[in-house]
Design a protein around this ligand. Structure first.
Ligand code: NAD
Length: 495
């Protein structure tokens, strides 16, 4: 069984707390690893390493930082297959999906390779007579990332490249469920030549998170995870005087107008609801069928579900893998039962699909005639369950999205440019897709939802990430008139 340790000051560090957590292969149900869980003193050691590294790192030239970032990018790229393999082995997602995660992760390193462009600041010459003003973007110090299980490679790389390129040092606390991919990324970061302590990894649970949220040497906290924990992290870290961005849960709606290309919409709904077993914060979990499109849509989705192949993520023919843990699989199954009890129409029941072995599998589920008072509508299920809500008008569809407490992503399917344009204005969510079901922004935009999908005022990666990880310093300069200078500059009289 693989033992997974912390990475502090550039070296693997075996845990001292005596506390560990099991890591499973969700496709087989077998325990494959044992993860050290940090205690307070181990967290403090990692923070001390990052603090010590900050002094030099902040002053290393932008040119050198950029070169290291390019090297890191190339190492992640050349190890993409191994990162993807680890993702599949511990998260369960199919390998094509895992490769996609690594590709999206690399985008963020590439953005950070060009960060010199942002760091150059602003300059006003002669703002007042003889007075110049410029803004410099300074790093914050030691910053922290606390990340979820569902994108164990990509989400840490939403944070680390920008933070480090801006001159900060970093402590990562990855999800305890699938820690091997972020560990490999941290090792590649060392191999690229970044100085020890610029990136540290501590594994842990609430004990380590709580210490990071209160530690006096931590300046900022980036969190991605479920809404209750995001609220807690935002409140606790803010109270302790830290800058915080806490990205949270979601219930993403996809609106299908009567004029939509139904085949295109059904393909999109199936891949966006069931891809990665629905364990994506941008997964579509509600299809809003407008004006009589419901029967055709439900049938088109149902037919496609029959063909979906579910199996181990390392089998190239699998299109959907297992859920991350046995407990999570059982929780998702419980929600389907609640949907039945509350009177929804379960068109396809994922609990009926049988699987061999002890993997954490469940089939795909389609629930029709869902109403907004039902638990399956109100809760984030975070599994392969798609609810269909039928409404008469576009206006009702938009109101559903506005009334929902979450506002991560949303999408519309239509052939009507005017309706689409109206939707991008009306949609009460941070990321909007027009005939694109999962509108995750490219690395040079930024990612984040509205309402209960984000606590804080900065979204993640891209230009907003840069803003989060720097503080502006404005320098106002006045020099005496050269005519009064003690140095003879050689000007002719009355120049
Ligand atoms: P989670 O909230 O359970 O865990 C996230 C992190 O918080 C982990 O590192 C975990 O160790 C830590 N944590 C868990 N319980 C804690 C506690 N009581 N105190 C302190 N720390 C704690 O989330 P998850 O199950 O790993 O991830 C799935 C959730 O993340 C979903 O709700 C999903 O929507 C959300 N998510 C959101 C985004 C986004 O960008 N908005 C992206 C990915 C995932």
């Amino acid at each position: 069984m693989q033992k997974i340790h912390h990475l502090i000051d550039g070296r693997p560090v075996v845990g001292r707390s005596g506390r560990t957590s099991p890591v499973f292969n969700p496709a087989t149900g077998a325990q494959t690893g044992e993860l050290d869980l940090a205690d307070v003193s181990e967290v403090d050691t990692a923070v001390a390493s990052a603090k010590a590294a900050f002094g030099d790192w902040r002053n290393i030239s932008v040119a050198k930082r950029t070169r290291l970032m390019f090297r890191f990018r190339d190492l992640v790229d050349s190890n993409a297959e191994e990162i993807a393999r680890r993702l599949t082995a511990e998260h369960g997602k199919v390998v094509s999906d895992a490769r996609g995660e690594v590709a999206r992760a690399i985008e963020n390193i590439e953005y950070a390779c060009g960060l010199a462009e942002h760091l150059k600041g602003d300059y006003n010459e002669n703002a007042s007579t003889g007075v110049d003003v410029h803004t410099a973007h300074r790093p914050l110090g030691v910053v922290v990332g606390i990340t979820p299980f569902n994108f164990p490679a990509m989400v840490p790389l939403w944070m680390i490249p920008n933070a480090v390129a801006c001159g900060n040092t970093f402590v990562l606390k990855p999800s305890e469920k699938d820690p091997s991919a972020p560990m490999l990324i941290a090792e590649l970061f060392q191999e690229a030549g970044f100085p020890p302590g610029v990136l540290n990894v501590v594994h842990g649970d609430k004990v380590s998170v709580d210490r990071l949220l209160e530690h006096p040497d931590i300046k900022a906290v980036s969190f991605v995870g479920s809404t209750p924990i995001a609220k807690y992290v935002h409140r606790t870290a803010s109270t302790n005087g830290k800058r915080v961005q806490a990205l949270a849960g979601a219930k993403n709606h996809m609106v299908i107008l009567p004029d939509a290309d139904l085949d295109m919409a059904a393909d999109a709904a199936v891949s966006a609801a069931y891809g990665s077993a629905g364990e994506r914060c941008m997964a579509i979990s509600v299809a809003v069928a407008v004006g009589g499109v419901g029967d055709g849509l439900v049938e088109a989705i149902r037919v496609r579900m029959e063909k979906l192949s579910i199996g181990s993520g390392d089998d190239p023919s699998s299109e959907m893998g297992p859920l991350v843990t046995r407990e999570h699989r059982d929780k998702v199954a419980g929600y389907i039962g609640v949907g039945v009890d509350e009177g929804a129409t379960v068109v396809v029941d994922g609990r009926d699909t049988e699987f061999e072995g002890d993997g954490f599998f469940i089939g795909t589920t389609l629930i029709d005639d869902v109403t907004t008072d039902m638990t399956v509508y109100r809760d984030e299920i975070f599994g392969p369950v798609l609810c269909v809500v039928r409404v008469d008008t576009y206006h009702e569809a938009v109101k559903l999205i506005s009334d929902n407490p979450w506002g991560n992503g949303t999408a519309i399917f239509t052939r009507d440019g005017g309706a689409a344009r109206r939707f991008q204005e009306d949609a009460d969510a941070g990321m909007v897709g027009i005939n694109v079901p999962i509108p995750v922004p490219v690395g040079y935009h930024s990612f984040g939802g509205w309402k209960d999908s984000l606590f804080g005022d900065t979204t993640m990666y891209g230009p907003e990430g840069f803003r989060f990880y720097t503080k502006p310093k404005v320098i106002t300069t006045r020099w005496p008139d050269p005519a009064e200078s003690t140095v003879n500059l050689g000007f002719p009289e009355n120049h």
